[in-house]
Design a protein around this ligand. Structure first.
Ligand code: HEM
Length: 190
């Protein structure tokens, strides 16, 4: 959805997928690892939508974190929303900008995002209780998006003024707004 709202990003994503695969049958999970713009688009979607808005609680065993003592028994959480919405950590943070996740060697890397805290964002969390579904989620999402965007041109229907802050609601999980698109078979060899 966010790519469709930013046509330039969608163009780059579609171009990367279609230039990588000669045929639909060639779109296999092992071949998706090299698609840097696809990975960047998904990371940016995770940054904007932060599926776990507050993070899971942890009970402190009594520890020092960044020079502050957290007493034993205190419940702490990782503030995903506060982090991803802070200008201390992300430039142009209300816009969907996949290029912030590209490596410097990539042709679409943009130095405006050089100081973004990309190494510190862990949408699947870290440590022994981190998400066990992460590899599956990456694989299935990349595969699904690559197949759809390889085979179909996706057109956003007009008059859909959707922004994350205005239209998404958090009730434990996100309640997402309706979003209407039209699919067209992609021209062969595009
Ligand atoms: C984009 C997709 C997903 C995201 C962003 C995500 C994110 C997370 C996060 C942040 C946690 C909390 C980890 C923590 O407390 O430190 C979690 C836990 C968990 N996730 Fe996911 N997840 C995703 C998909 C999946 C899938 C596809 C599965 C299963 C097939 C899955 C299974 C689980 C389970 C079982 C836990 C609980 C782990 C535990 O408490 O030990 N997740 N996930």
């Amino acid at each position: 959805m966010f790519s469709l709202l930013e046509p330039e990003s969608l163009k780059l994503l579609v171009a990367e997928i279609r230039s990588e695969f000669k045929s639909y049958e060639h779109i296999q999970t092992e071949a998706l690892g090299s698609l840097e713009y696809l990975r960047a688009s998904l990371m940016e979607t995770l940054r904007i939508t932060v599926l776990q808005s507050t993070g899971q609680p942890r009970v402190s065993p009594g520890a020092n974190v960044d020079g502050k003592h957290i007493a034993r028994g205190v419940e702490v959480r990782y503030g995903f929303l506060a982090f991803t919405r802070s200008t201390r950590y992300f430039h142009d943070l209300h816009r969907y900008r996949p290029q912030r996740w590209l490596p410097e060697s990539h042709q679409y890397w943009d130095p405006a995002f050089k100081y973004d805290a990309t190494d510190d964002f862990h949408p699947f969390s870290q440590g022994p209780r981190s998400c066990p579904g992460m590899p599956l989620a990456w694989r299935q999402t990349k595969l699904g998006i690559a197949k759809v965007l390889w085979a179909l041109d996706v057109e956003m229907l007009p008059n859909q003024d959707i922004t994350f802050e205005k239209d998404f609601r958090m009730y434990g999980m996100w309640k997402k707004p309706s979003f209407w698109v039209r699919f067209h078979p992609a021209p062969i060899g595009s």
